[in-house]
Ligand binder design. Sequence first.
Ligand code: ADP
Ligand code: ADP
Length: 226
Amino acid sequence: TAALSIKNLQKTYDNGFQALKGISFDVQPGDFFALLGPNGAGKSTTIGIICSLVRKTGGNVSIFGIDIDKDFPAAKQMLGVVPQEFNFSQFEKVYDIVCTQGGFYGMPRKLAEERTEKYLKQLGLWDKRDTQARMLSGGMKRRLMIARALIHEPQLLILDEPTAGVDIELRRSMWTFLEEINRQGTTIILTTHYLEEAESLCRNIAIIDKGDIVENTSIKSLLKTL
Ligand code: ADP
Ligand code: ADP
């Protein structure tokens, strides 16, 4: 079974705008996959549907064989999402933002604490654990979102433009971190509008434009055609 299977996915917003025109693609377990496309192509809409924040108007999404319409709670256990907008409480402390998330997945407090420490350390945020989120830099907030998405150690991690607005040095350290998570077996999908980012990190790619998938291939064969 695919880690993510998207079949004929459609989204028409309430204002009549057709953001997804029936897209299909699969991501295999263990892959590091890029969904590449210009601004407005439909990347965030796709991710919004996968994590059930946006209501689709057609098609199917399965995560490791589980249809999100049939059993979203089971699918959610295998899924970690890092959306573009910072959606944590700005006045909460870094440690609590990550640890509290464990409760949402029904994790015992002790395990949530262990994982919080592990991921805050790996992402260079342990020194900031008692700091309110609003005091963090943009790059730190991004890393906080990643730590929070990993608390239940999902098999599939999806990141929406994770390095947007992140400086080059931090971008490289985030890439290294994501490569390590992928090496340990986590399937990773990221959206980006930089081919360079897809090229440095990913093995397979789907290119989305105006709500359609226009290319779905390996990075190697894509680079040959350019
Ligand atoms: P849904 O069909 O999922 O219910 P809606 O069409 O109701 O989504 O829109 C959700 C929200 O996004 C609304 O508050 C709407 O004002 C806002 N919105 C509308 N147009 C855009 C746009 N072009 N880009 C981003 N957000 C938009
Ligand atoms: P991307 O993430 O690739 O930049 P999005 O999925 O955010 O693209 O947006 C795809 C298209 O759908 C854009 O043209 C955007 O303006 C439109 N859109 C996004 N949200 C809404 C909404 N709530 N209502 C109407 N149109 C929207």
